[in-house]
Structures are given as structure tokens and as C-alpha cells.
Design a protein around this ligand. Sequence first.
Ligand SMILES: [Zn+2]
Length: 101
Amino acid sequence: MKFCTHCGKEIMDEAVICPNCGCPTASGKSNNLINNPDDEVNIGLCVLSALIPLFGLIYWGVKHKETPKKAKACGITALVAWGVSFLFSFVLMGDIIRYIF
Ligand SMILES: [Zn+2]
């Protein structure tokens, strides 16, 4: 058992909100504010995502809950790289078609 930091009433250990006053308990607060020290934008992973967009998208899919910042940076880089390469291939395709006909 622990005690509410707001009203002092005894509450369940796993309680996130005090049933007496409705204030978030200490453990509830700390659970919401957990910051993963590993969650920093990683330049190496971003470069890899730019070179292999599929890798960036998969990385985001797998890691976005664990390290949201890092995964988001990879995912965005992958999408931008994919968009740019798609645009380039489109332009190139237009040139080739014009060349053939
Ligand atoms: Zn309370």
C-alpha cells in the first residue's frame, strides 16, 4: 500500500489515479514521463534510411513505440528519400519514352 501525495489517503500500489481526490499518483506520473535515454535522433540511421527507404520504414514500424523520436526521424527520412527517387525515376522514364517514340 502507498499513500496519495495529494490528500494522504491510502491507495492501491498499482493505482494511477487516487480514488479519493482524483489526483494522479506518483507512480502514474513517473510512468507517463518515462524518457528513453536511447531515444535520440541518430544520423547514421537517418543516412541508412535515405539510402534504403524500406529499412527506414521497417525501423519506424518496429521501433516507434520504444524510441519514437529516433524512429520518426528514420521514417520521415525514408519517405522523403523514397519520394525524391520516385520523382527522379518518373522524370527519367519520361525522357526514355520521349527518346523511344
Ligand atoms: Zn488523493
